[in-house]
Ligand binder design. Structure first.
Ligand code: NDP
Length: 397
């Protein structure tokens, strides 16, 4: 049905490559390209059967990307490199008139700030070029946004309160490790908290608001209000929302390590001079921390991510909780990667399928909640991430 270029050979790239290779009826030809070709080769050989070709590319370089796209001629580019590369890859897609999909919004390398404005600014150019860009098609953003769209479509006349709850109750046996790229992860969780209420953004100190929430099959876990990128597009696309918040669980050990890392300056993104050479502290830190892609083997426990929603149906108030639980061990046995990479890579694969099958279509730049959630969720369940719904329950929030 279609040719796909995957860019990025980390934890998420590993899952995307496995899942895409396992769906030959949709993905006929696959090229996996990244900065370090040996990592692509290792993934291709783990997948086997010569299903995946590999290439080296510097995704910061538009010309290199254009040459690669012109030589392989993919129908869609799945960007699972870093958020820093979003705009260069979008530029290359525009120049070659190729569809684009990613899992994280653009973030400038020299400023710890992420928002959709940079990518939304491409809407007219993508529309005029007659091509599609699908933004934020991982789990969160991604499935959480699609859960919200599904709730709005099937269960509510108006959704008023949305709480996205993200719990990782896994244990990887390391004193400190992040579940996806450490640089991006630490930048994300150390920033100020932010949520939407009564038509405006409210700000908090980092991790200032927290409470214990009960997660299915897991139990109570301390959950912290942080800012997460899907809130920005969801409050725009669901204007009935009076409040939208995002909660993530952190263990005490993790928070203590994070505080020390910040206090000693290791989370810094400004270059410093070290033995005559410029280094960026957080990049150096990434190099000494465990590689999230390697955590899978000893990872036990599970993730639980979902949306708790309160709103109105037929004039009555209603509560609703939709979620998925994913076991790290199951993810590892299937793809060689842990649950967080798995819950990101499977939705990215399904998003690319929706595009290639012609189910999700449109010219311009779209967030995933703008498409029909039903075929996506049905396929997502088939590909390993089923959902559960609970009605009229105590949302705890
Ligand atoms: P990794 O750090 O494990 O992998 C990133 C990959 O991108 C690496 O292979 C890296 O190459 C490659 N890369 C980095 N810079 C370049 C470049 N200039 N040119 C080409 N390739 C490059 O990250 P993850 O797999 O954990 O995460 C991938 C993406 O998924 C990130 O954007 C992350 O934010 C997003 N994500 C989204 C989630 C969601 O639910 N929406 C959840 C988790 C992650 P090298 O191997 O040489 O370092």
């Amino acid at each position: 049905m279609g040719r796909v270029l995957i860019i990025g050979a980390g934890g998420v790239g590993t899952v995307v490559a496995h899942k895409i290779a396992n769906n030959p009826d949709v993905f006929t030809d696959i090229l996996l390209a990244s900065r370090t070709k040996s990592k692509c080769d290792a993934i291709a050989s783990a997948v086997g059967n010569n299903r995946i070709k590999t290439a080296q590319v510097d995704a910061n370089n538009v010309n290199e990307l254009v040459n690669l796209i012109n030589s392989f001629k993919p129908d869609i580019v799945v960007n699972v490199a870093l958020p820093y590369q979003d705009l260069t890859i979008m530029e290359a897609c525009l120049e070659t008139r190729t569809a684009y999909l990613d899992t994280a919004n653009y973030e400038p390398e020299n400023e710890a700030k992420f928002e959709y404005s940079w990518q939304w600014a491409y809407h007219e150019r993508f529309k005029n070029a007659g091509i599609t860009a699908i933004l934020g098609c991982g789990f969160d953003p991604g499935v959480t946004s699609i859960y919200t769209a599904y709730a709005a479509k099937h269960h509510f006349d108006e959704i008023h309160y949305l709480d996205i709850v993200d719990c990782n109750a896994g244990d990887h046996g390391k004193a400190f490790a992040t579940n996806f790229n450490p640089e991006i992860n630490i930048r994300e969780v150390t920033q100020k908290g932010k949520y939407w209420e009564n038509g405006e953004w409210k700000y908090t100190e980092p991790h200032e608001i927290h409470k214990a929430l009960n997660y299915p099959n897991i139990g109570p876990k301390e959950s912290y209000l942080i800012y997460h990128e899907e809130l920005e597009s969801l409050v725009k696309n669901f204007p009935t929302l009076k409040r939208a918040r995002f909660w993530m669980t952190f263990g005490q050990e993790y928070l203590t390590h994070l505080r020390v890392i910040q206090n000693i300056g290791m989370a810094g993104i400004e270059p410093i001079l070290f033995e005559g050479k410029e280094i960026v502290p957080i990049k150096f830190l990434k190099a000494v921390l465990p590689d999230p892609g390697e955590l899978g083997e000893n990872y036990t426990g599970e993730t639980s991510i979902g949306c708790r929603i309160r709103g109105i149906k037929d004039g009555k108030e209603k509560t609703y909780y939709i979620y998925n639980n994913c076991k790290h061990q199951d993810a590892f046995h299937e793809t060689g990667a842990q649950g967080v990479s798995y819950t990101t890579g499977v939705p990215a694969t399904v998003g690319a399928m929706m595009y290639l099958k012609g189910i999700w279509k449109g010219m311009g730049v779209f967030n995933v909640e703008e498409f029909d959630p039903d075929p996506f969720l049905q396929e997502l369940a088939k590909q390993g991430l089923p959902w559960t719904e609970l009605f009229d329950i105590d949302l705890e929030l």
